[in-house]
Design a protein around this ligand. Sequence first.
Ligand code: ADP
Ligand code: ZN
Length: 763
Amino acid sequence: MITIDVILPLAIADTYTYSVPDGVSCPEAGMRVLVPLGRKTITGLVYRKHSQDADDSVWENIRIREIIEVLDSQPIVLPSQLELWRWMADYYLCTLGEVMVAALPARLLDNDYTARTEVYVSLHPRYTDIEQLQSVFDSLKRAPKQARLLEYFLELSDAFDGASHAVEQRQLIEYSGESTAVLRTLVEKQILCTTHEVVSRIPSYDTDIEPAHPLTAQQQRAADEIQAGFNEGKVCLLHGVTSSGKTEVYIHLIRRMLDSGKHVLYLVPEIALTTQLTDRLKHVFGKQLGVYHSRFSDMERVEIYNDLLTSREPKVILSARSGVFLPFANLGLVIVDEEHDSSFKQQDPAPRYHARSVAVVMAHAAQANVLLGTATPAIESYYNASIGKYKLIQMPERYAGLSLPSITIIDLKQQYHRKEMYEHFADPLVERIRGQLAQGKQIIIFLNRRGYAPYISCRKCGYVPKCCNCDVSLTYHKRTNSLVCHYCGYTTTAPTACPNCSGDGVPANNVQRGDSVWRDYGAGTERIEDEVNLLFPEARVARMDMDTTRNKNSHQRLINSFARHEVDILIGTQMVTKGLHFNDVSLVAVLNADSMMQSPDFRSYERAFQMLEQVAGRAGRTGSQGEVIIQSFQPDNPLYAFLREHNYAAFYKEQLKERKAFRFPPFYRLIVLTLKHRDYSRLDSASRELSQRLQTAFGNRCSGIIIPPVARVQNMHLRTIRLRIEANASFTQAKALVTQHIRYVQSLPNCKGTIIQPDVDPM
Ligand code: ADP
Ligand code: ZN
C-alpha cells in the first residue's frame, strides 16, 4: 500500500495519512489532493510519501482512507517552501495546516474546483488609464446611478498603483446597492466589461526604464561593505539615518542580483507599500518588478504566485511580510527594509511569525543573502551585529549634506502652570507652526491615539461607559457621535442620557459643551483636528488615522494630496511616521510623547525612540534643516537626550543594560502563552494548572499567572503566562516541554475548551 502524509488546512494535527488507490500514480510532495475527512471532502497538500517498502502490517489496526483525486500534475509548492513551513510550524508552535493557510492564496485551497463561475467586472480595454475616465464621468452627468456605480467600481478596483483591477460582480452590486441593469448599461456603453475570467490587471510595469542614480561616496562605500559581508556569508545590517538614501543602496544591490539571474524579495511594512516607493522602483526595474499586496484580490495573488512558480525570469518582488511565502526557485537576496518595524510580526492568527526571522532562515536555506535596513535598528538586530553574528554597515550622513532635524522639548508642566497653553498646544508650538505656515511650509502633527476622547464620564454620577464585550472604556468619536471599543470594534451611539443615573442633557456632539451630561477626557486625533482648525483657520488640514483610511485607497489619496501640497497640516497616528518622503515638510510636532513610554511593555522605550526618530525623519528632507517639537511632562527623560543628538548607539547601550538586568531579549528568549475562555472558572483552573506545571518544570523562568491590563476581550477572559529561556539554552527542548504541558492541561475535564495560544518571540 502506498501511503502519503497530507497537510490539511486545520489546526489540529500536523499531517494526516491517506493511501493512494491502486492504479493511481503517487502524487509528489507539493501537489494538491482531494481527500475525505469525516463526511466531507477537502483539499489538502501532499507533504511526503511514506517509503514504499514500509511493512503494510503497520496499518493493520488503523483504517487508512484513500485519496479521492490528485489535483495537480506539477507541485504548486516547492520543496524549499515545505522545508520552510516545517521550520515555521516547529519554531512558532503551530501546525503545518496553519502555516499552509497563511502561505497560500485562499483560492488554491478552495474545495470546489469544479469551476465556480464568478463574473468579474473590469474597465473596458479601450481605457488604459483611469485618468481617461474624466470625460466618461462628464458624459454620465444625467445618469447618476451609472456614475455612482462607476465610482464604486473604481473605489473597489483602483489599487494603490493607479491601475484598475478586476472586481467581482457580486461584490460590486452588493457594495454599490445599484442593480445589475445599471451595470448592464455601462457594459453596453463599453465603459465596463464583464468576463468569467479575471482579465489580468496585475500591473506590468512596462515603463521607460531610467538609469538608477549614481551612488554617493557614502552609499558606494556602504554597498561595497555589504557586498563584502555577503561574500563572507553574513547577514548585513545597514544602519543609515533617515534620508541617507538607503533605497538607492538597495536598488544598486538588486540590480546586481537581477543581472546575475536571481530573484530578490524586498520586504517593507504594509503601510509603506505606497506609490512613492513603487513609482521609484518601477522606473528602475520596469517589468522585472512585481508587487504582492494585501489589497490585491485573491485571484490576483494567485496570478503572482503562479507567475513566480512557472517563470524563471529574474524578478524583484516588493511585498509586505507575507512575501516570505512566495515560491522562489532561485532566491538571491532578501531585503528587509525598516527591519525594526513591529508589523513584520504577525499577531493573529497563527503562525505568529516574524518575517525578519523567517527571511533569515529562508535565505540561509537558499544560500541567498540578507540585508536588513533601518535608521533605528531593533535592539536584537543591533546586538546581533555587535557580537559579530551580523555585519554592521553605517551611513551617518543624510543625502545631499542635509542636517538631521533639530529637536526641541517643551516642558508641559511649566506651560500649564503658566497657563501658556491653548487646549493641547503649548504657545511656543503654536507660534512655530504659524511661522512655518507663513513661509508656505507643511507641518505634520503626530498623536498616538485616534478618536475624539479616550473616555467620557457622566458629570453627575461619574459613570464611564464601558464596552459590553471587553473590559475597557469606550472611546468617544465625535464625527459619528459614537462610542467605539478599540479592542473589538463594538460601536454604539453616544447616549444623550446617562444610563446609570439617568441624568440627561443633549447629544454630546451637538451643543456647546456645558449642555451635555458627558464630560470628555484626553485627546485623540479628532479633537486635535478641531483645535487645529480653530487655531489656524487659514490652513488646509487633513487627518490620517484608521478612521479616515478605511476605504481601500484613502490612505494613498491622503498621501498623494499631502505630497502635492494640497494640504498644509497633516494630523495623524503612527501611519504618518513610516517611510514617507514629502518635500515641503519643515516641522514635525509630537503632542503626547510621554504616553508611548508609559506602557508596561519592556519594548516601550525602544518603540518610543524608533517612532520619534522616524517621525522626526519626515522633517527637512529637502532644502533647509527640519525641526521637531516634542511636548512632554518629563522633559528630563534620558530618552530625549539621546534623541536630541540622534545618538542611537548610546540609546542602545542604555537599553541593553536594562534588558540584561531585567532578563529580557536578546539575553533571554520569550514565549508568551495566552489562555482564553468564555467561562471564567475553566480559564482559572487552566491557568492555575498550567502555571503550576510550568513553574515546576522551569522554575523562576516561568512568570506565574499574569492578569493582562485588559483582561476580557470579545467576551473571552484572558490570562497570560510568560516564559523566559536563556539565550544559550536549548530553545527546542523548552518548546517541546511547553507543548507537552499545554496538551495535558487542555485534556483536563475542568479546563475543557480553553484556548492556549503560544507566541514565540512576542512583540
Ligand atoms: P532613506 O530610505 O535612507 O530614508 P531615501 O532612499 O528615501 O532615504 O532617500 C532620500 C532622498 O534622497 C530621496 O528623495 C532620494 O531620491 C534622494 N537620494 C538619495 N540618494 C541619492 C543619489 N545617490 N542620487 C540622487 N538622489 C538621491
Ligand atoms: Zn470591545
